[in-house]
Design a protein around this ligand. Sequence first.
Ligand SMILES: C[S@@+](CC[C@H](N)C(=O)[O-])C[C@H]1O[C@@H](n2cnc3c(N)ncnc32)[C@H](O)[C@@H]1O
Length: 383
Amino acid sequence: MPHFYTKDLATPPMPFEEEGFKFCYEAQSLRDSKVSLICVQHRLGDFCLLKIKQQGGVLCKGEKSTRPIPVGILQHALKILSHYGKEVKGNLALSHCPSGAHLVDFNNFNFERFYLEIGFGSGRFLLQKAQANPKEVYIGLEVHTPSIEQVLRQIELLGLTNLYIARADARTILEVLPPNCERLDIHFPVPWPKHPNRRIFTPYTLENMLAVLRPQGEIWLRTDSLEYFKASLELAISAPTCHATIAKNAPQEGVVSKYEARWVRQKKDIYDLRLKPTTPSTRPKLPLLLSAGQNIKYKGVKAASLWQEKPKMGENYFLNIQDVLEYGHLWLLSVSLGDVRSPLNKVLCWDRKGGLGVCGGAPFNTRAQHRAHEALCALLREV
Ligand SMILES: C[S@@+](CC[C@H](N)C(=O)[O-])C[C@H]1O[C@@H](n2cnc3c(N)ncnc32)[C@H](O)[C@@H]1O
């Protein structure tokens, strides 16, 4: 990941703007005097740079939870900052930065019909499907940033206009996507033999997968793991409303994913599980993203009382404030919140004279995020 060390960093007074970036302010950690966050705005979103004082210098890198995609944006911002450093060392060579036009815009997600792939990896399957069916919309979800970057470049190279991808954990986003999915592909998911709770296929996600399908829609799981296949089939059988069909070593639909090619070379068996909903989804349509802005009056209690709080684990939500960073009347709250099984790290910005915002994009509007957010607001109302 891009970073640099410098003996000394003397930036112009903030805010200052350069090359499409606005370096807004630097907030100082109240927990660790060596740490600060620089908030940066760019047309593709806002993010934070982490500045850590070290013996004989300063380390600057991207703050993980707000790290932008494409990562070239972060490289570019760090490069600008490094010009104000003395004796700079690091990896800041600017590579080609895809435009980001093919990232899913969750503020305007209004596709009436789409094909979804969870965990697209190298993107081979998704790219070929989108290329072969230009009239259909394809959406891909991944958690692995280098794969996302690579597929963004491929989309640009191929000139595709019907494929959008997102860095998103399928376990959370499935809870909020609209029921417009024609087919949901999960091909060769990580089987997690020792940690089945980390799988994509759990009772909770299966319910949400069925809920995003159109009436004739289908979930297609393809796996080389017999254990994963059996466990997923058992889940499907115990689901109240779905119709399952299975197959072993069935021919592919003409496109072979990278993992499938590997398992075929190794002569492994491949199992298919196809599921269709038997009743239409009744999930209410909600905004995809959680709106953070609430007016919370500050009562003047010290920041330490926030990060010294024990993590809150309520009924199906988690909240932990790890740090508070201060800039004037702004407090940046470095938090981990949401679902107990997959909490999200976020940087929230609490203007103690106004509302609460999120840096690096709002979280998905899931039930667990809602609960965690309400718990956070209740906590802030007390301080
Ligand atoms: C074994 S690879 C398979 C890639 C591809 N489908 C293929 O067949 O070549 C599994 C992929 O799922 C992604 N993944 C794992 N958990 C995920 C999650 N919760 N949400 C989205 N993607 C996930 C991983 O990053 C990885 O790229």
